[in-house]
Design a protein around this ligand. Structure first.
Ligand code: ZN
Length: 332
């Protein structure tokens, strides 16, 4: 009854004119300044997110291994690369190509597998994250072709990189140099936090002296190349101060490469063996980091130094940018 009474009460009011939309005076969000170089574009937040996603148990054949591979394939695709899965028998390398004007390639690589039961955030979530970030910031059309590669079964004896390097040698591929990023996200600024890798005193005494003069702080990235990759090593060392990065470099000749056991421990060694110039970048692993292969606890994402990882990746971006522009026929 009450409802009927209310409805019946008089005629409906005339429609009110629609009020004019309020004047929007909010300031638009500031547009970020354009990057001044590829390295300047490198994002610490994206590196952190990628390390977090890769740092899951992922021994070959596991679900985690499949997940990481799928994430990499998707990221390579999103960066506009030509993606191929290189199934070499026991494992699968992931290759993304960014064609240049010439075929001569710079290979930028990291292994994506890890030993079982360990998160492997530094080894090698950090290297995978850096490769993914480099695919995003190195997008101009270069003189040289960029090949981004993520190797499988490094922890099983460099199997993935060895298979690809062997094929590259047989196919006589034109490769300017190969970069292997393996454990590049751990730093410790405290004096005495760095141990001296075996043989450094004898083979590269200037590096040993420099480490001692820096009170054996574990705050640098080690860049170990050979004669053929020296132009990259030099460019990296020159650019590093721009990003407040401390670097120790070594360029080894054939004899020193053989004598320096610790310099054979990552995928770059597969390329040395097959006659290609190659460089290893590393935070020196067990010579600095107790979490190496989960020695003193998990190699977990929260143990890494992301500003350090960002500086290493930014330096890499600008060094590759410089050398990718070099005419392939010219001696850099
Ligand atoms: Zn590794």
């Amino acid at each position: 009854m009450l409802g009927i009474a209310l409805v019946g009460c008089g005629s409906p009011p005339p429609p009110r004119p629609t009020p004019p939309p309020p004047t929007v005076t909010a300031t638009p969000p500031p547009t970020p300044p354009p990057c001044t170089s590829p390295g300047d574009c490198v994002s610490e937040a994206r590196l952190r997110a990628d390390v977090g996603a890769v740092a899951i148990s992922r021994p070959p054949g596991s679900r985690g291994h499949d997940e990481v591979r799928e994430r990499v394939v998707a990221a390579f695709g999103a960066a506009g690369l030509e993606v191929t899965l290189d199934a070499y028998g026991t494992g699968t390398n992931i290759i993304g190509t960014h064609p240049g004007r010439r075929e001569q390639a710079i290979v930028i690589s990291a292994h994506y597998d890890h030993v079982s039961g360990c998160s492997g955030a530094d080894d090698n979530g950090s290297g995978v994250a850096a490769v993914l970030e480099l695919t995003r910031v190195l997008h101009e059309r270069y003189e040289r072709t960029l090949v981004f590669a993520l190797w499988d079964e490094e922890e099983w004896g460099l199997l993935g990189s060895m298979a690809w390097a062997k094929e590259a040698q047989e196919a006589e591929r034109d490769i300017a140099f190969v970069l292997s990023l393996d454990g590049i996200g751990y730093a410790d600024k405290r004096p005495g936090s760095q141990r001296m890798p075996k043989g450094v005193n004898l083979l590269v005494p200037d590096v040993a002296q420099s480490m001692e003069a820096n009170a054996m702080r574990g705050d640098f990235i080690a860049v170990v190349g050979d004669d053929g990759s020296e132009p990259f090593v030099k460019a990296f060392a020159e650019i590093a101060p721009t990003y407040d990065l401390r670097v120790e470099t070594a360029v080894l000749n054939t004899l020193k490469k053989l004598a320096f056991g610790d310099a054979q421990r990552s995928d770059h060694a597969s390329f040395w063996l097959h006659g290609f110039p190659a460089v290893m970048l590393t935070d020196t692993a067990n010579y600095r980091y107790g979490g190496y292969h989960c020695g003193d606890g998990d190699d977990a994402p929260e143990r890494l130094d992301y500003p350090f990882l960002r500086s290493v990746t930014a330096t890499l971006a600008d060094a590759v940018d410089r050398l990718a522009k070099a005419p392939a026929s010219a001696p850099e």
